[in-house]
Structures are given as C-alpha cells and as structure tokens.
Design a binder for this molecule. Structure first.
Ligand SMILES: *Cc1c(COP(=O)(O)O)cnc(C)c1O
Length: 456
C-alpha cells in the first residue's frame, strides 16, 4: 500500500478537518504537524520529526506508546466479542471484570461504576446521578451544582457548563443551575496573602457560594484535585481539608473529577487519596486505558450507590457504548500494567521526586516566576518580572511562543495562558526527564531572547 505523502496529508487536513480547540482561520493558513507513529515516550510526525511527549498525549498515555499487553487484549477482545450492550439487564464479562478491578483501587467506600466513553459524558452522568439521588431521598430541591472558575470538565453542553472556562462559555449558553466559585490559583490571585491563607480564602469562597444559593438547593460541588487544563493549578495545602469540612457541614456531595489526577499521576491511585478527600462520586477517563481506547465513567460511593440500588426505579440514562467490551479489555490490561509496575509507588518514591528536583531548577530562569509540581505534573509561570508577577506579553502570546519553540526543539508541552505545563508519562526514566528539561530550557532561552530579556 502506498501511503500519501506528508505534504498531501497536511494539505488535506488544512482543507477539510475541523479540529477540536483550534482557530480554523489560522489552521487553514498555517496547518500543523501530523503524527503517525509512537514509541516509548516519543511520537513521530509524517516528516520524521521526533517529539518527547511531555503531555502524555492529552494527559492520557501515562504508560507511553509501547504497551503490547494492551494491544493484545484489544485484539483478542475484538476477535471474541467486539461489541455488546449493557442496557436492559445485559452485561459482558470484561465490563464486569473491569468494574471489579476499578473498585479494588478506588477508595473503599466507592463500590459502583457507571461506564461512558469519555470524561465529558461521565460528568454529564454525574449530574444525572446526583439529581436522581436527591429525588430518591426526597430532597428534590437540591439540584444546583457548584464548580469553579477555570475548571475543565469536558466539552459537551453539560460538561462545558460545569467547566469554568470563559473562552468556552462565550460560545454557548450554559446550563443555568451550575455556579462557579473562585479557583485556588495562588500565583495569579493570591496577591500579598500567604499560600495557606489564600487556600483558606478560596475554600471560604465555596462556602459563601453554597450559602448564598442556600445549602438546601445545592446538590454537589465538582472539582479536579489539581486543575489540569486550567494550568496545573495545585491548591495550597489548606484548601482541600477546608473544602471537605465545608461540604460535610452543608450536606453537599463531592464529585472529584479524577480524569487527569487518577491512575498514579499524583503518586497515589487517585488525587483524592493524595489530598485526603472523601468523594461521593469520582470521574475517570483518559489514563484508564492509557488512551488506547475511549473509556470513561463514574465511580459511585456507597452513600449514593446504595440509595440508587436499594430504592429501585429505572435510571433513564446510558450510552450505546457504556461498558464497551473492547474499551474495558483495554482498561483491564492497563490496570494490570499499573499494578505490575506499581506505578503509584514508582511515581511517589522514585520518579516524581526526581522530576520535582529537576523542574524546580527552572525557577532560576530569568523568565520563570514560579515552577511548581505535584506528582508527574508541572507548570512554570512565565514573567518579565518575577517579584511583581508581571507578564511578558498579553493574551498568553509568550507561552504560545515558548510552546512552539519547545516543539521545534523536540518537546511537546502545553501553553495555558501565561504558563507552560507538562504531564510527562509516568514511565519516564531519569534520562528522559533530563532530556525534557534540556529541551524546555532551550525553549525558555529562545523565549527570553525573543522578548529581549537578559540572561546571565
Ligand atoms: C479531559 C478532561 C475531561 C473530559 O474528558 P473527554 O474524554 O475529553 O470528554 C473531563 N475532566 C477533566 C479533568 C479532563 O481533564
């Protein structure tokens, strides 16, 4: 078979392909890279350019691109039972095994699973679940949901409404029963306060919003343990304990969106394990199959799960591909690999401490105002003047310049407003982290040069 040339593919892509989160006029003019091969922690484009994947795809290929066990599980499943549905009293053997495997690693009070094919659908499902729950326990007024500014929970109408990204909200009409409290983003919003004081204030903002709406009307608070797409925003230590107390006092459910923080990213199985929160519901997707198959869902805690299963009545919700056997086969194989490699411990005891050490060195760079990490997540804030937290440019242009420079030097990272973020594969070696840091420093140097910042 003759493969189309790289130039031909690029021209077709520019002409006909509507990409997610892309400026179409700009893409039609400039085009992009087309990736056609992955190996280990590297991806290769159709021109043969190699990129160290500092984003784990889209925060999902935690185990990199060479996992034959997942490939074999998917292939075998396609041959044995490529599809069956989970509606009307049906199930399939791998979906059942997947429920069991998942609930063995989730907190012990979480024992039910609803499958979707994405994180967005899982968050839609969360709304359906909490509304159903409060109806069943006779509190039908509890329907409002509190989320946070600059949160990312997906891109369906409901998930984007839960999200707090103003660029998205400008382009559709959000659901009216979702409200957004301040985010715990110290570098941007903390001002003169210490991180701990600011963390308590940001938690208090959640309390104030619930109280303003009336706790009798608020069903749930949804949040990522660490905001990922929002810019790897790691809350101050005071934040989560205060939020948990505030929710408990007000009988408001906690939905922990673990789509990025789950499966070892923070050095524990889930972000809630790291921060010590007790979620009532938990969203998963992305890393659950190492990105190899589309699978997401909600793990439901006993408080909600027992009411749903004891009270009866149909839950009128679901997807054709809920519990898809091929996606579940990929998920099962992925969870087995995480167990075999002991991924959470490898992250917490071995590679994340090294990552944190190397990443923190970036703070000495003249255009870096803060370098933060948690587990295998990292962010640097780009500034002209660190003490004043003054930015290099408007509209996040400096970060886009830096990201493009990183890609040119063989590293995929992400630009989020004025920061560069990375979520390197959890299987990275020290040598791969060294290479990542080298390439990122090259990009930071190029950015400093571009903005005429003197380098020592
Ligand atoms: C990616 C993401 C989602 C959405 O998942 P999709 O599979 O893209 O629908 C939801 N929540 C968080 C925290 C995410 O990072």
């Amino acid at each position: 078979m003759k493969h189309p040339s790289s130039d031909h593919l690029k021209a077709l892509d520019r002409a006909k392909h509507l990409h997610p989160f892309t400026d179409y006029a700009e893409y039609a003019r400039k085009g992009g890279r087309i990736y056609s091969r992955g190996e280990g922690v590297y991806v290769y484009d159709t021109d043969g350019h190699q990129l160290l994947d500092g984003m784990s795809g889209l925060w999902c290929t935690n185990l990199g691109y060479s996992q034959p066990k997942i490939v074999a599980a998917v292939t075998e499943q396609l041959e044995r039972l490529p599809y069956y549905n989970s509606f009307f009293g049906c199930s399939n053997d791998v979906a059942v095994e997947m429920v069991d495997a998942l609930t063995q690693i989730t907190p012990s009070h979480m024992n039910h699973v609803f499958f979707t094919t994405s994180g967005s659908e899982a968050n839609d499902t969360n709304i359906r679940l909490v509304h159903r729950y409060f109806d069943l326990i006779g509190k039908p007024n509890k329907k409002l949901i509190v989320s946070r500014e600059n949160a990312y929970h997906g891109s369906t109408i409901a998930a984007a409404s839960l999200g707090g990204m103003s660029s998205m909200h400008k382009q559709f009409t959000a659901l009216p029963y979702i409200h957004h409290a301040q985010q715990p983003y110290w570098f941007e919003l903390g001002g003169e306060r210490s991180p701990d004081d600011f963390g308590r204030d940001a938690a208090q903002a959640v309390a104030d919003m619930i109280d303003e709406l009336g706790a009798d009307n608020v069903a749930a608070f949804i949040a990522e343990p660490v905001q990922g797409a929002g810019g790897v925003i790691i809350p101050p230590d005071t934040y989560w304990p205060s939020v948990q107390r505030i929710l408990d006092e007000r009988d408001v459910l906690l939905i922990s969106d673990e789509v990025i923080c789950g499966f070892g990213r923070t050095g524990r199985w889930f972000g809630c394990d790291h921060f010590g929160t007790q979620p009532d519901l938990m969203t998963f997707a992305k890393g659950v199959t190492n990105g190899y198959q589309p699978l997401g869902g909600v793990v439901v805690g006993d408080k909600v799960g027992n009411v749903l299963t004891n009270q009866g009545g149909e839950f009128a919700h679901g997807f054709t591909y809920s519990g898809h056997p091929v996606a579940c086969a990929a998920g099962l194989a992925t969870l087995e690999i995480y167990q075999e490699l002991n991924t959470p411990s490898y992250v917490s005891d071995d590679i994340a401490p090294y990552w944190a050490r190397r990443w923190s060195e970036l703070a000495d760079h003249p255009i870096v105002g803060e370098a933060r990490t948690l587990g295998m997540l990292g962010a640097v804030e780009l500034v002209r003047d660190a003490a004043a937290r003054a930015r290099l440019d408007s509209d996040g242009k400096a970060a886009v310049f830096c990201r493009d420079a990183a890609v040119d030097s063989g590293l995929m990272v992400r630009a989020v407003r004025d920061s560069i973020v990375s979520a390197a594969p959890l299987v990275c070696t020290r040598a791969e982290i060294d290479l990542l840091i080298d390439r990122l420093v090259q990009a930071l140097d190029a950015t400093a040069n571009h903005y005429g910042i003197n380098q020592a």
